[in-house]
Design a protein around this ligand. Structure first.
Ligand code: UDP
Length: 335
């Protein structure tokens, strides 16, 4: 396949893994990334054009669409710090909703009508039932989730008005790193559990605080559905193929269907790394539901997609390979 695609946020965590896979599959790729959180070094091939810019820059977009004749857009670019979205909602509505609205408008103008969007289980809010399927009510409890849900609504309305075809991929907890540890999770600042536990194990931070031990779960700590980043990349490839082949719009959860507790993640890190993790047991973090687990059967049915990393050990082992090698370089300077 040699279709030309635009990937916004392609220098970010999930974007860069997807770009790598699409490039291996022969797609012509332009990455548009403002590099606020993205890493240019996560684009592993010179054949991929990296353009530094904003998703809301219509003049830049028009030039890119005219030059590269994109057949589809994969839209990853977003801010994703839930806590910050509560204290600074404007930043999130601007970046995650208003700017992508400009992108959708240019897509319609340039008749590029295939849109694959990184949505999130945060659009569901507190689960009413679990596992969560795509028909679960969407009642987000923070501006991050709201901004993602609202962009889904915009794209849905663009389908009705302009025949835009979309796939919304609602990720559960993205995790892990590339199988060869070339790229991986590298958020600055880091707020996610698995990298923080590794940093505690490696002495980069003094400890990991477990947010709450009195949840109604078997060990009292929160349960999440950790989905490997390369599995997410594969789901994007399948979604792209679907739309290029003329398939219908689709909304899919992406998870393994298995939940693991915070304590299980910490145990897996200790097992895989052979290091001891200094743990502090703390208060609950506001807005954390006890358990978030996907029902991902629609992705299997519609995209022929299933997670290949299914155990907490396999996901954590992949993250460990990356952290252990990255640590020798950049992390060493942080000590
Ligand atoms: N968590 C924790 N300590 C931390 C960070 C996270 O106990 O320092 C817990 C958090 O309460 C949640 C799980 O780990 O239950 C995953 O959190 P993360 O921030 O990685 O992802 P989220 O589920 O919030 O998207």
């Amino acid at each position: 396949m040699s279709a030309s695609v635009l990937v916004t946020g392609g220098a970010g965590y999930i974007g860069s893994h997807t770009v790598r896979l699409l490039h291996q599959q022969g797609y012509k790729i332009v990455v548009l990334d403002n590099l606020v959180y993205g890493h240019p070094e996560a684009i592993l091939s010179d054949e991929i054009l990296l353009v530094k810019g904003n998703v809301g820059d219509k003049n830049l977009l028009r030039t890119l669409f005219d030059t590269h004749k994109f057949e589809a857009v994969l839209h990853f670019a977003a801010y994703a710090y839930v806590g910050e979205s509560v204290t600074n909602p404007s930043k999130y509505y601007h970046n995650n909703l208003i700017e992508p609205l400009a992108l959708l408008e240019v897509m319609v103008e340039k008749k590029c009508l295939r849109f694959i969007f990184s949505s999130t289980c945060a659009t569901y809010g507190n689960p009413v039932y679990t596992p969560i399927d795509e028909n679960h009510p969407q009642l987000p409890i923070n501006p991050y989730g709201s901004s993602k849900m609202m962009l889904e609504w915009v794209a849905r309305d663009f389908k009705i008005a302009h025949n835009l075809n979309y796939v919304f991929l609602r990720y559960f907890n993205a995790s892990g790193a590339s199988h060869d540890a070339q790229i991986g999770e590298d958020h600055q600042p880091e707020t996610h559990l698995i990298p923080l536990v590794f940093e505690a194990a490696m002495g980069i931070r003094p400890n990991i605080t477990v947010f709450g031990t009195d949840y109604d779960t078997p060990d009292g700590t929160c349960i999440r559905d950790y989905i490997h980043v390369e599995d997410l990349a594969t789901a994007h490839l399948r979604s792209l193929e679907r739309l290029l082949q003329g398939g219908d719009s689709l909304i899919c959860n992406l998870g393994t269907g298995n939940g693991f507790s915070v304590k299980e993640v910490i145990q897996a890190v200790e097992k895989v790394s052979g290091l001891q993790v200094p743990v502090v047991y703390g208060e609950r973090r506001a807005g954390d539901p006890p358990a978030l687990v996907a029902n991902a059967s629609r992705a299997k049915q519609e995209l022929n997609w299933e997670a290949s990393y299914r155990t907490v050990e396999s996901i954590v082992a992949s993250a460990w390979k990356w952290h252990n090698s990255a640590w020798k370089g950049r992390y060493a300077n942080k000590k």
